[in-house]
Write a protein that binds this ligand. Structure first.
Ligand code: CA
Length: 451
């Protein structure tokens, strides 16, 4: 019996929205923070908030999805870092799914929603432009990156032995799947046109498979995808921790690649808030950033990873058995399909600084531009992303790296402030390079892309 024998699938559902209170997160409805009274901020150091420098409010409501990307939000709450910076009443509220988070930020806390929280990219940009909100433009502010890595490409067990690794050695196996099996090779992510969609598209295309022409790629709730992988109707899943651990341990399939292998220290999920909240509460915004910065530093200390797993596994957060979250936090990934187990903490979710010395927390504008460039590669949002000039202007409107810099300076993290708003040229596993100074050259270099 696996440790998961009593583990309900529902517990992992980013779509289930099972909060401790049993509240269903409908539009205009959020559950209160479950830890508001259970955790004393007194454990943290004395408040560094100087007299007269107090935040405009002590409260903000931040949404999260129960995956390891959200760890800094949980830690900032549980370890008292929000309180340390004068934000004792910050609530971190589980969201039913990405669409629910989007809907909750559109209505804001005045409507019972959220002020901001965790996002895949470029959701803040798309919400700002009204692209995924029925034309309702809600300007957003990207404040910091929450994490890197911790995602991957899972493949159903029926495809073992077909050389579906980081590189797809036999693309004809996938392209010819319909002729051999009567249906197209079917792959899923949980929300269209954001990280998970981009990672699996990149992987397919690098392996010579056109994700728009050669396969079926669609948004499906995670539990439905996993069920489809079990019963042979779903072939691939662009997923995040802790799902890969389950997929291997429950013998649902194997991992073809980790995103840490596709693009080491790639941009992943971000903290963004409504721009009107940020403008009304600039000191509180920086207090939130500082608290999460401390949480990220705490998360990356090897000696804290065991406690981090304990914290996020709790019922009111991920509601998961601790080994499920501890394994990826230790960088231990069984890959399956005869591949060697990965055991490297540098391939785990990381939060503050990568082994190259680059900031993870800082929201590089060059990374926002990659997400928008990749959107252009696949022909997404043609009305909003007419050219690189429009993309860069959108990045300049939404990315508030200036606030990150101010917060880092005020909190004394000056040594970790990047010099540039660009991380420079990025290199993918297949040798493709993205130079943020010349995104057109990147698009030109790609063989598979939308016309
Ligand atoms: Ca993710």
């Amino acid at each position: 019996m696996s440790v998961f024998s009593n583990l309900s699938r529902r517990k992992f559902l980013v779509t289930a929205g099972a909060s401790a209170a049993g509240a269903v997160l409908l539009k205009g409805c959020t559950s209160p923070s479950p830890t508001a009274s259970s955790n004393s901020p007194s454990a943290a150091a004395p408040s560094p908030v100087a007299a007269g420098d107090a935040p405009e409010t002590t409260k903000a409501v931040l949404g999260y999805i129960p995956i390891l990307e959200a760890a800094p939000l949980v830690v900032a709450k549980e370890k008292g870092f929000f309180a340390k910076y004068g934000m004792a009443d910050v609530e971190v509220v589980k969201q039913a799914n990405w669409a629910g988070a989007r809907d909750n930020v559109v209505i804001g806390t005045q409507g019972g929603g959220i002020d901001g929280g965790q996002w895949q990219m470029p959701m803040p940009h798309l919400i700002s432009e009204g692209v995924i909100t029925n034309g309702n433009k809600v300007p957003m502010a990207v404040l910091m990156q929450l994490n890197t890595q911790g995602n991957g490409i899972a493949i159903a067990g029926m495809h073992q032995g077909k050389q579906l690794g980081l590189k797809i050695n036999d693309p004809e196996y996938i392209k010819g799947f319909q002729a051999a099996n009567g249906r197209r090779f079917k792959a899923a992510h949980t929300f269209p046109n954001v990280n998970q969609d981009f990672w699996i598209r990149y992987w397919f295309a690098a392996g010579g498979v056109d994700p728009d022409k050669d396969i079926e790629l669609l948004a499906v709730p995670s539990a439905e995808t996993v069920q489809g992988m079990r019963n042979g109707t779903m072939d691939a899943f662009s997923t995040g921790d802790p799902w890969p651990y389950r997929i291997i341990n429950e013998k649902i399939g194997f991992m073809s690649a980790l995103t840490a292998e596709i693009w080491p220290y790639h941009p992943e999920e971000y903290l963004a808030m409504r721009a009107d909240w940020v403008e009304a509460n600039p000191k509180a915004t920086k207090a939130i950033i500082k608290a999460i910065m401390e949480a990220q530093q705490w998360c990356d200390k090897p000696e804290n990873r065991e406690e981090l797993a304990t914290l996020v596994a709790q019922r009111q957060y991920f509601n998961a058995p601790k080994p499920v979250v501890l394994s990826p936090l230790k960088g231990t990934y069984e890959m399956g399909d005869g591949k060697a187990t990965i055991s490297d903490v540098n391939k785990s979710p990381l939060y503050w600084k990568d082994p190259n010395g680059n900031s993870i927390s800082y929201p590089y504008k060059s990374h926002d531009l990659w997400f928008l460039t990749e959107s252009m590669r696949w022909g997404f949002h043609k009305n909003a992303l007419t050219d690189f000039d429009a993309a860069k202007k959108l990045v300049d409107r939404v990315n508030r790296e200036d606030l990150w810099r101010e917060a880092a300076k005020e909190a004394g993290f000056t040594a970790d402030i990047p010099k540039e708003t660009s991380r420079g040229v990025e290199t993918f596993f297949d040798g493709v390079k993205f130079d943020p100074e010349n995104p057109q050259a990147y698009l030109d270099s790609l063989k598979i892309k939308a016309a």
